[in-house]
Each structure stands twice: as C-alpha cells, then as structure tokens.
Design a protein around this ligand. Structure first.
Ligand code: PMP
Length: 427
C-alpha cells in the first residue's frame, strides 16, 4: 500500500466504517455520483465559511463549496438567521408567500434576461422546463446542445453528456430530439438551417472564447431560434448577472439553481415574459410540492440581497486568480506538467496533458482531454484530502469567504500533495 493510502486509512477510520454500511444502502455507497471516492468515502460533519470538518475530526479548506452553491461559505450568519426564523414560522405553508415574491424580484433585478420567473427545485428541473417552454413557444421539437455539456440528469438534457451511454434507459425517440454538436459555429449554422430546431442550449460555465457565445446569439436571432443559457453554475457567479452579464449576451431563457437558493434546494427558469408565460391553462401545467418553499425562498432571497450589496463576486474572483497564478507557479517550479485556467471563481487544472491552453478560456473544448490515468488522479485525490483540502484536486470552486491567507496555505498544501504523489508515481 502506498504511504498516501496508509495515511488515508489512518486519518479516516470512522469514515471507513460508515462507508461499509453505505455500500449496503446506496449504489456505489453514495447519493450523488461525484461524491464517490476510492476506496471509501469521507463523511463530513459540519462547516463554517471556507472550512469543513469530517466525522474523524479532520479539518479541510473547502473547494467544492456545496457543488458550487455556497459562494457565501458555509453557515453564513445572515442565511442561518433567515432560515432559522423561517423554520419556526413553518416550512411549507401550501400557499403563496411574500418571500417568493421578494426572491423572484431579486432574480429579475440581477439577471439581464429575466423578465419573468418560475421556481422549481433543482437545475435538472429548470432545464426540463426550459425545453418544454421552447417547444411550446416555437412549435418545434429538437434541441441543439454541445458535446459533453451537462444540463442535469433528465432524459433529453442528459443526451450527449459525459457518461451518457445506450444502456441508461433514455429511449431512442428522446435521443432523436437532441442534436449534439461540437463547439463549431458553422455546424450550428448548418443544423439551424436544416432541422426542426426549437432551441439551442449553452452551458454558461463552459470556458470558451466569448466570441463563440456572441456568434451563437447572432445566429439564433437571425434564424428566430430560442437561445437557452444554462446558468446553474455560472449564474450569480461569473458575475452578479451570470455569463450573460459578463459577456453582454442576452439569451431568451435562463436556467438557474445552486447560488440562487442560498445553499438550500431550489432552481428557476427565467426569461422573456412571452416564453415563460407558456406556463398557462391548455399549455404547460406546472405543479411541484416544494416549488419556492419558504426555507429555500428565505435562504435564496437573503443570498441574492447580499450578492447585490456586497463585493462577493469580486472577492471570490480575486481569490481564484491568486490560486490560479500560484498553481501555475508551482507547476513551473516543480517541473510538473500542469496548467491552471479558468473564468471567474472556478479554476480547473490540466494535469499531465500536452494540450495547449489559454489561462482564461482553457483548452479547445473540441479536443479531448488527455492526461494522467484515472488511478493517478484518484491517488492525487486521496493525497489532497490527506493534506486537509476538500474537493476535486483538478477543479476548485471558490467562495468569497476564502481569505488571501487561505489561498497561501492551500498552495503550500498543494505543493506537499504533488511532492507526495511524485514519491509514488511519475508525474
Ligand atoms: N446544469 C448545469 C450546468 C449543472 O452543472 C448542473 C449540476 N451540477 C445542473 C444543470 C443540474 O443541477 P441540479 O444538480 O441542481 O439538478
């Protein structure tokens, strides 16, 4: 056993025990595919700001930040206060609430394309609804999406995502309604002119030259096609108003979740009033027991108000760029083949890859990633956890609560991670 693995077992004995039970209960022992860790999972107990503690008492600096929803860090006092007060007042009043109106109003104030809003419970649901709306509004059927783009796990949106395969229960008729294209504007143009296209969906956090996004808007406007931005990750992060505000490109429909709901479950679809109004009698019906539930509305409205009034985005972006520069310096100093790149407050690392890469917009998304084998990346992950860093060691999601010193400490720890890994494998 490698010394990385020995230490991993030593540090996480309670987690190792619980992992055994979880394997009897859940497929792969997890409740979300990306929470798999080989050979067993680490169980978290609590968090505060940018830090988390596991059940064995180990402390971590967090770079997964609630899968991107916790830009305000864990247990932000204003969110704790808003949610606690609301718990005491009732968690489901089976009626409209003032809170949902406040929450929806903040969405329209912050997001340029949002004239009207409908709340749902997740990003997956938001994209499902966006597809339905586009079909009803346009009278057309097919949706264009891009290679490997992730738009939630529902049948249509998942077609062509990383990990999609013919054995996953998505039917052929559903597959036939999705046109999966490379990031090549001429291919989009050809498809728009030939097929029965209701909409094009673009993943707002895809790092790519903004020229492509602008061309997409021009082309969809010229062909009268609905453009959907999936801003589940980039919404309220790439800027207060998301990718659309950062690049000044306004889509017709926007899907959002994560930061939107302040760390509780929640999503929404927003956009042009005439499209959102396809939720109407004799058109789209839309129930949903927990839509805009009071807890998510309280957390979401509080989070969006903070975002509107404080330098949350600026701070998270600054810390991310400090981390990106530091990681690139580290790779150079240690003579390790790695490149950190990224927009806003999410930093990705190309590790052991010979692909050339712009430090903001990343590598060409049409060129498949290469790099170290899965086993090496998994060992890197365990070494990362051993040093008290949490998340994906090749993809960091920051919050505004990470301090400059946290980033310095992280870089010291990451150096140790790389050195420990180099003792075990060639990198
Ligand atoms: N769209 C994008 C771009 C996402 O990253 C995700 C989730 N990570 C989703 C949709 C689905 O959101 P949820 O997990 O809330 O269903």
């Amino acid at each position: 056993m490698s010394s990385i693995d020995e230490r991993f077992y030593q540090l996480h004995q309670k987690s190792a025990t619980i992992s055994k039970k979880s394997e009897e209960l859940f497929p792969d022992g997890v409740t979300h595919d990306s929470r798999k860790i080989a050979p067993f999972r680490v169980y978290m107990d609590h968090g505060l700001g940018p830090r988390k503690w596991d059940i064995d008492g180990n402390e971590y600096i967090d770079y997964r930040t609630g899968h991107g929803s916790m830009i305000l860090g864990q247990a932000h006092p204003a969110i704790v206060d808003a949610v606690s007060k609301q718990v005491a007042k009732g968690t489901h009043l089976s009626s409209s609430t003032e809170l949902e109106v406040k929450w929806g109003d903040l969405v329209t104030k912050l997001v340029p394309s949002a004239e009207k809003v409908r709340f749902v419970n997740s990003g997956t649901e938001a994209v499902m609804m966006a597809f339905r709306m586009a079909r009803v509004y346009s009278g057309k059927t097919n949706i264009i999406k891009f290679n490997n783009a992730f738009h939630g796990w529902a049948d249509g949106p998942f077609v062509g995502a990383k990990g999609d395969n013919e054995q996953n229960g998505i039917t052929k008729p559903t597959r036939d309604t999705i046109t999966v294209l490379p990031y090549d504007i001429s291919k989009v143009e050809t498809a728009l002119n030939q097929d029965d296209i209701a909409a094009v969906i673009f993943q707002g956090n895809q790092v790519i030259e903004p020229t492509f996004i602008r061309q997409l808007r021009e082309l969809t406007l010229n062909t009268n096609t609905i453009l959907i931005f999936d801003e589940v990750v980039s919404g309220f992060r790439w800027s207060r108003g998301g990718t659309q505000e950062l690049y000044n490109v306004t889509p017709d429909i926007t899907t959002m979740a994560k930061i939107l709901a302040g760390g509780l479950p929640g999503g929404c679809v927003a956009g042009r009033s005439d499209i959102i109004d396809t939720i109407a009698p004799n058109k789209i019906m839309h129930p949903g027991t927990f839509n805009a539930n009071p807890l998510s509305a309280a957390a979401g409205a509080t989070a969006l108000e903070i975002l509107m009034n404080e330098n949350v985005n600026e701070t998270a972006d600054e810390r991310a760029s400090q981390l990106k520069d530091g990681l690139n310096e580290l790779f150079t100093k240690l003579e390790i083949n790695g490149t950190a790149y990224g927009v806003s407050s999410i930093i990705h690392v190309l590790f052991g890859s010979d692909v050339q890469c712009d430090l903001t917009y990343g590598p060409d998304p049409n060129i498949p990633e290469n790099g170290h084998a899965k086993e090496v990346v998994e060992l890197l992950h365990r070494a990362f956890i051993n040093e008290g860093l949490w998340g994906n060691p090749l993809s960091f999601i920051l919050s505004a609560t990470h301090t400059k010193q946290d980033i310095e400490v992280t870089l010291e720890k990451y150096k140790k991670v790389l050195l420990n890994l180099r003792e075990e494998v060639a990198i």
